[in-house]
Design a binder for this molecule. Structure first.
Ligand code: HEC
Ligand code: HEC
Ligand code: HEC
Ligand code: HEC
Ligand code: HEC
Ligand code: HEC
Ligand code: HEC
Ligand code: HEC
Length: 339
């Protein structure tokens, strides 16, 4: 009898202590060793009341997130560098560590040979194919009618004071992917959150994009399609249909949504042309011809770049020249009018 009472008391005490202790912080997304094609990674954590008072995330040893949790869930987006990334997430309560995790994520790219191949052990996680029920408490996940048509630009005018509110209310994707459009040069359909114009919600995996890119891009860029396909020569990557080797489909830091400034983009693959000897130095023993840092004499207001002389997509002239020029001297005269 005595023993029973004691063990009951112990049990009750145990239960009281257990319940007084907050539920632990857990990571909900993503799994370790995931692969991304874009420079953003979504992270979502369950942070029950009183479990932590500070959450920090470091990406490759740089602090990127520092939040005081006030939800049962904390969701944030971290930037990814090309190739391997290490993400350290810590949660503390009154300065004491209550949660630590290290995640690895690989950002693949067709542009840089070092990052083309997915390293062993890494794999793509198709979030939208998995169990998303733990997110639906707060987020809508299935696309709605408003996602089928682009967010109406006239609604921007009507509510010009707050474009964000309109997008937030009409795009299902916005609540989780909002950082995708947060760069200076935003692609037309992304600016109006018309995600489904490229991502197919009926495909497997869900939201896949047709390949090669030209299948998608030429769907809207019909003028370019007609123009370029009629040309005698097309540029290597364009011939392969890989528009997104150079252009971000979403948004970027550079004009035309390019992944790099034009000159750097070209020299990324044509390394030897960045030497300073190109154009003249290749054939004549002179200092070479400038390829940047000068005003372009033809495209007024632009800087001289590789695209001043070469068309990045297609041309009827040798070496993809941007001008109607049958030979080199013809080309020179387009800019050196006096010669
Ligand atoms: C308890 C509610 C809740 C749950 C459950 C929840 N979220 Fe969130 N999530 C939010 C809120 C609120 C925001 C907006 C935060 C803000 O803008 O500051 C948000 C924003 C996000 C963002 C955007 C973060 C950013 O900084 O751009 C992502 C990504 C996200 N959630 C993913 C998820 C995923 C994945 C799940 C399921 C594993 C999930 N969320 C479950 C409440 C929740
Ligand atoms: C609850 C938050 C949430 C919402 C809402 C959401 N996504 Fe996602 N999405 C994610 C997360 C988390 C990932 C994982 C990859 C990442 O970090 O971006 C993801 C990944 C993706 C991917 C890559 C493929 C995959 O399945 O991993 C595509 C494409 C995508 N989302 C498109 C969309 C589109 C289009 C919409 C709107 C119809 C949408 N998402 C709405 C959270 C969300
Ligand atoms: C013009 C076509 C286009 C539009 C519009 C577009 N995307 Fe994409 N998206 C792509 C392509 C193509 C990729 C594959 C990555 C690449 O090639 O750069 C991609 C990749 C992604 C990924 C990463 C998938 C991965 O494999 O890592 C996410 C997440 C995503 N898109 C979400 C969205 C959301 C959300 C929207 C709406 C704002 C959107 N996209 C609008 C074409 C588009
Ligand atoms: C749903 C239709 C649609 C699709 C699909 C589409 N685009 Fe666009 N694109 C547009 C619109 C609209 C604009 C904006 C036109 C403008 O600003 O003059 C644009 C503009 C551009 C620009 C020029 C930006 C500038 O600053 O002038 C580039 C580059 C571009 N798109 C590349 C692509 C690539 C690459 C793809 C395929 C991954 C693609 N587009 C697919 C609709 C589309
Ligand atoms: C080798 C890199 C590269 C590839 C591949 C590429 N582009 Fe471009 N694109 C550029 C550059 C650079 C510019 C800006 C040229 C300039 O400065 O005038 C541009 C400009 C554009 C523009 C706006 C100006 C115009 O010519 O209409 C569109 C639209 C466009 N690209 C679409 C595409 C599409 C669609 C594809 C795939 C078929 C593609 N690009 C493939 C580099 C590339
Ligand atoms: C992703 C790599 C890549 C990028 C970026 C790239 N190129 Fe190319 N380029 C190629 C390939 C591949 C070929 C085809 C090589 C061949 O046929 O010998 C090519 C061919 C060329 C040629 C034609 C050679 C000839 O004599 O016919 C020119 C000119 C050229 N590129 C200029 C450029 C310019 C200008 C840029 C920047 C707007 C650029 N490239 C960006 C890969 C690239
Ligand atoms: C002032 C005009 C001009 C500029 C600027 C220019 N090129 Fe050229 N490019 C030419 C001419 C002319 C030729 C053909 C003669 C030759 O091979 O030198 C050529 C040929 C090429 C070829 C094909 C021949 C080969 O050697 O493979 C490539 C690739 C190329 N250029 C890339 C570039 C890149 C990359 C840039 C920017 C760094 C650039 N060009 C800037 C005029 C120019
Ligand atoms: C897209 C326009 C463009 C084309 C095409 C072009 N150049 Fe130039 N060239 C320039 C610019 C810009 C400069 C720099 C002028 C300055 O320093 O202000 C320059 C400078 C020169 C110089 C240095 C002397 C000077 O005038 O400053 C020589 C020599 C030259 N170019 C020769 C050529 C030859 C030969 C060709 C044909 C193979 C050629 N260029 C094609 C734009 C061009």
């Amino acid at each position: 009898m005595r023993l029973k009472i004691i063990s009951c008391t112990v049990l009750i005490l145990f239960i009281i202590i257990r319940t007084a202790e907050a539920e632990p912080v857990t990571l909900q997304y993503p799994p370790d060793n995931t692969v991304m094609e874009i420079d953003l990674l979504n992270i979502s954590m369950q942070v029950p009341p009183d479990s932590a008072d500070l959450i920090k995330a470091r990406v490759n040893d740089k602090e990127k997130v520092n939040i005081i949790p006030d939800n049962t869930y904390e969701c944030f987006t971290v930037p990814l560098a090309l190739g391997s990334n290490r993400i350290d997430i810590t949660a503390t309560k009154k300065g004491k560590h209550v949660f630590d995790v290290t995640l690895n994520a690989f950002r693949r790219s067709d542009l840089e040979s070092d990052y083309m191949k997915i390293p062993a052990g890494f794999k793509k996680d198709n979030f939208h194919m998995g169990d998303t029920s733990r997110c639906t408490e707060c987020h809508i996940l299935e696309p709605r009618e408003t996602d089928r048509k682009p967010v109406n630009p006239t609604s921007f005018i009507a509510e010009a004071f707050d474009k964000k509110t309109v997008i937030q209310a009409t795009s299902t994707c916005y609540s989780c992917h909002k950082k995708l459009a947060a760069a200076p040069y935003v692609h037309g359909p992304v600016a109006v959150w018309s995600c489904l114009s490229c991502h197919d919600d009926k495909s497997t995996p869900k939201y896949a994009v047709k390949r090669p890119d030209t299948e998608v891009c030429f769907g809207c860029h019909i003028e370019q399609k007609t123009d370029w396909q009629a040309k005698k020569f097309t540029h290597g990557p364009v011939t392969l249909g890989k528009c997104t080797i150079c252009h971000s489909p979403h948004a970027s830091m550079y004009p035309f949504n390019l992944y790099k400034a034009t000159w750097d983009l070209c020299v990324n693959c044509h390394v030897d042309k960045g030497s300073g000897n190109h154009v003249l130095g290749d054939s004549f023993s002179t200092e070479g011809h400038p390829t940047r840092d000068k005003p372009d004499p033809v495209r007024i207001g632009k800087e001289l770049s590789c695209a001043s002389c070469h068309n990045p997509h297609a041309s009827n002239y040798p070496h993809l020249w941007a001008f109607e020029a049958q030979d080199m001297f013809d080309l020179c005269r387009k800019c050196h009018f006096d010669k």
